[in-house]
Ligand binder design. Structure first.
Ligand SMILES: Cc1ncc(COP(=O)(O)O)c(C=O)c1O
Length: 440
């Protein structure tokens, strides 16, 4: 795969530099390093201001489930915009969306409240859990990510968070089942998923009788698309129940086909008490939600008039965007596509692992895949940051965007990705590995 892009293109850089004079610092690392100005998107590709194409294995951190400019999506959103776009009255779009979520969610989890951002939904889920249990403590997992608001930061892996506190009290973190970098230095399956038992111990020692909810990502996204072993979520669910706490599955990234099932919890056939959803469900339109059981949804004060609502949550435009997205995922068999193409990518990454010593680990469920880049396979020392960034920019030069600028590479393309596109991405990754290998 020859270098095809003059990255960074002059028009991109000029626009990026001009924007830097106005935008507040703190934008996403991927945008800061890439310095791309994007003019257009088509399917799995974006086109920059210099007219250069990139295969996008990131799609807005897994938001663009349908890829770019899906014609059915455009028609549905445009039609709704022309008719009605704001307000909290019942709309046909909202009703149809709520019915559809109830159909595809795990058994019994069928009551939805809609919001706009992921962190907003997670905070609403925490308030719901507190309303149900009348308890106040919350437990998450190391290296988890649930947002950057005051109520979610204590459970998010964010290096600087201690500089922006104090945060509300009552948060705790147990070790996640990150088998490649096991927090307990054990091996699966002989470990018996001992990390889950750490959760039980933590609850007992830090917050016995006080835990409202345990929240987990079915696959940890921000941490590096970390896939827990089968049985981990089941164990977490049982330990939460034993502690009298609810189990919240944060399906913000894993929901709606990303992992090759409708939801990440389906891999363990676990039914959560509450699910938080967002990102892919609007394929770019900011919409999120809390889904729970009939019984939990009645809890007060969460269920009182105006208590769980928000200005934009479930507005007709957001509802139409989410409804169109879920209909297209169903009608085009995108969950099956995620499974099928995800396997092609995973097999391809395993082949690359056999070829390049700097690939310590590859893992994935559906179209949510992760790679660990290492200096040395034995010590598992993460690859130096500068080399990771070079790996990322070598991809850009060859026309690939992926979250590959740190040692834990995250791959999550559009659910519409074709086999040809998957193989194109693998070929670019192969070339990019070859180009950094000599520097390691
Ligand atoms: C699992 C998970 N939960 C919550 C969030 C927060 O979502 P938002 O950025 O929309 O607030 C994210 C964002 O990446 C996430 O990955």
């Amino acid at each position: 795969m020859p270098i095809k892009n003059n990255w960074p293109g002059p028009k991109s850089v000029a626009l990026f530099d001009e924007e830097q004079r106005y935008i507040a610092p703190g934008i996403q690392s991927i945008a800061l390093i890439a310095k791309l100005a994007i003019d257009q998107g088509e399917g799995s590709y974006v086109i920059d201001a210099d007219g250069q194409r990139y295969l996008d294995f990131n799609v807005g951190v897994s938001v663009g489930s349908l890829g770019y400019s899906h014609p059915t999506y455009i028609r549905a959103v445009s039609a709704q915009l022309a008719h009605l776009s704001v307000g909290s009255f019942t709309s046909r779009a909202r009703l149809a969306l709520l019915k559809m979520i109830a159909q595809i969610a795990p058994e019994g989890v069928r009551r939805t409240q809609l919001f706009s951002s992921g962190a907003e939904a997670v905070e609403a889920a925490f308030r719901l859990a507190k309303s149900v249990t009348k308890k106040t403590h919350l437990v998450g997992f190391t290296d988890g990510y649930h947002g950057k608001t005051a109520g979610t930061l204590p459970l998010s892996m964010v290096a600087w968070k201690n500089e922006t506190g104090p945060y509300p009290p009552g948060y705790h973190q147990a070790p996640y089942a990150d088998c490649y970098r096991c927090p307990l230095k054990l091996q699966y399956p002989s470990c018996g998923i001992a990390c889950a038992e750490e959760l039980r111990t933590l609850i007992k020692t830090e917050a016995a009788g006080q835990v409202a909810a345990v929240i987990a990502e079915p696959v940890q996204g921000t941490a590096g698309n970390i896939v827990p072993p089968d049985g981990f979520l089941t164990a977490v669910r049982e330990i939460a129940r034993d502690a009298g706490a609810l189990f919240i599955a944060d399906e913000m990234i894993t929901g709606f086909g990303r992992t090759g099932h409708a939801f990440g919890v389906h891999h363990d056939q676990v039914t959560p008490d509450i699910m938080t959803i967002g990102k892919a469900m609007g394929s770019g339109f900011p919409v999120s939600g809390v889904v729970t059981t009939d019984a939990h949804a009645q809890a007060k004060p969460w269920s009182m008039p105006s208590a769980s609502s928000s200005s934009y949550g479930g507005n007709p435009l957001a509802s139409a965007a989410a409804l169109a997205t879920l209909q297209i995922i169903r009608d085009e068999g995108l969950i099956e596509n995620s499974r099928r193409i995800g396997k092609i990518l995973l097999d391809g990454l395993r082949d690359l692992q056999n070829k390049y010593a700097c690939i310590g680990d590859v893992r994935g469920r559906g179209l949510m895949l992760g790679i660990d880049l290492v200096q040395d396979r034995k010590t598992k020392t993460p690859l130096a940051k500068a080399l990771c960034e070079k790996f990322f920019t070598e991809g850009l030069k060859r026309g690939l965007i992926a979250m590959s600028y740190s040692p834990r590479v995250r791959i999550h393309p559009a659910l519409t990705l074709s086999e040809t596109e998957a193989r194109e991405g693998l070929a670019i990754l192969d070339e990019s590995f070859a180009s950094i290998e000599k520097d390691i």
